[in-house]
Design a protein around this ligand. Structure first.
Ligand SMILES: Nc1ncnc2c1ncn2[C@@H]1O[C@H](COP(=O)(O)OP(=O)(O)O)[C@@H](O)[C@H]1O
Ligand SMILES: [Mg+2]
Length: 295
C-alpha cells in the first residue's frame, strides 16, 4: 500500500530542527527523529517527495543496528514510547520515527570508502591519493580499493562537507577518539559491505556519525548504511571505468539533467514516472538487504 509522501512533520509541543531529510524533535535526554519522504539531489532538497522513502531509511537503519549488534542510539520505534502527540499521528509517523538517546555529536563525518569514485576519484587523478592516503598506480574510476580507507570530513552547516586529513581529525577530537572512530567505522563498513555484496548490492562508500553519552560512552548514531548515507550500486551491472549508476537516485539525477535546470535555483517538480521509479528502487534496496518487503 502506498500512502502520500510526507514532506514535513509537524508535532506540536517540542522544539524541532529540520535537516535535509529528517525532522528532529528534542525530548530532553532523548530525540525523536522523523525521516520524511524528502529527497535531495545535487545538494538541493527537491519539491517532490518519494512515497515510502522515509520508512525505507528508518527500516534499514533498524535492520543494520540489529544485524551489527554494536552500541547505538536506538531506543524504540514504538510511537507510544515517544508520547501521545506522536502516537496520535501514527498513520503519518509509524515506521519512519525513531526514539533515540541524545548524544553530543562528534563533529566529524566518518567516511569509509571501499571504491574509487566521486571526490576520491577526482583527487586520485591529480595526486594518486585520496584525502592524503597514497594509493597504487593504475586504478580506474569505480575500482575497488586494495582495502577500505577512512577519509574523515567536517560537518558543514551549509553545502558540501570538507574532506580533512586524519591528522586534522586528531587535532579536532584528540588522538584516542580519532583512533577509536577510525577503527570502528572501518569495521562497521566491512561487515555491512560484505553482507550487502551477498545480496547483490555494492556499498561503494558510506558515512557514519558517532556521539558521546553523558557517561562518556561513544555510540553509533544517525542513520546507518542507508542509500542516503552511502553509495549503493547494483552489483549485477557493476563495471569499473566509469561512474556506475546509483541504485536509488539515478532516475532523479538523469531526469534532472534533461530539464535544463541550472542547479543554482529551486529545482523543478518530479514527474510521476520518475517518482514511481525512484520509489521502486528504494523499496527494492530494502527488500534485497532485509530479505522481506517493506510492509
Ligand atoms: N543520537 C543522536 N544524538 C544527537 N544528534 C543526532 C543523533 N542522531 C542523529 N543526530 C543528528 O540528527 C541530524 C539528522 O538529520 P538529517 O536530515 O540527516 O540532517 P543533515 O541534513 O544534517 O544530514 C544530524 O544532524 C545528526 O547529526
Ligand atoms: Mg544526514
Amino acid at each position: 500500500m502506498t500512502t502520500a509522501p510526507l514532506l514535513q512533520s509537524n508535532i506540536p509541543g517540542y522544539p524541532c530542527r529540520r535537516g535535509k531529510v529528517r525532522d528532529i524533535y528534542d525530548l530532553g535526554d532523548r530525540l525523536a527523529i522523523v525521516a520524511s519522504d524528502r529527497i535531495s539531489a545535487f545538494d538541493w532538497v527537491l519539491p517532490t517527495g518519494i512515497p515510502d522513502k522515509g520508512r525505507v531509511l528508518t527500516g534499514l537503519t533498524r535492520f543494520w543496528l540489529d544485524h551489527l549488534g554494536i552500541p547505538n542510539h536506538l531506543l524504540s520505534l514504538n510511537l507510544q514510547d515517544i508520547g501521545p502527540a506522536f502516537a496520535e499521528r501514527s498513520a503519518e509517523l509509524q515506521g519512519r520515527t525513531m526514539l533515540v538517546r541524545k548524544t553530543q555529536v562528534t563533529p566529524i563525518e566518518c567516511v569509509v570508502r571501499g571504491y574509487l569514485v566521486g571526490s576520491g576519484w577526482k583527487e586520485y587523478k591529480q595526486s594518486r591519493s585520496v584525502c592524503g592516503i597514497p594509493l597504487p598506480e593504475g586504478l580506474r574510476e569505480a575500482d575497488a580499493l586494495p582495502e577500505p580507507i577512512f577519509t574523515p570530513a567536517t560537518k558543514e552547516e551549509s553545502g558540501h562537507d570538507i574532506n580533512i586529513s586524519f591528522q586534522k581529525m586528531v587535532d579536532i577530537v584528540g588522538r584516542e577518539l580519532a583512533d577509536t572512530l577510525r577503527q570502528r567505522s572501518l569495521e562497521v563498513y566491512r561487515r555491512g559491505a560484505d553482507y550487502a555484496r551477498g545480496r547483490g548490492i555494492i556499498i561503494a562508500d558510506t558515512k557514519f556519525e558517532w556521539g558521546t553519552l553523558p557517561d562518556g560512552e561513544v555510540i553509533l548514531i544517525d542513520e546507518v548504511l542507508t542509500p542516503d548515507s552511502s553509495r549503493f550500486w547494483p552489483a549485477d551491472v557493476y563495471k569499473p571505468g566509469s561512474n556506475p549508476p546509483s541504485f536509488d537516485k539515478q532516475y532523479v539525477r538523469d531526469w534532472l539533467e534533461t530539464t535544463g535546470w541550472d542547479k543554482n535555483s529551486t529545482p523543478p517538480e518530479l514527474p510521476a514516472d520518475v517518482v514511481a521509479g525512484t520509489q521502486r528502487k528504494y523499496l527494492e534496496a530494502y527488500e534485497r538487504l532485509t530479505g522481506t518487503p517493506l510492509v
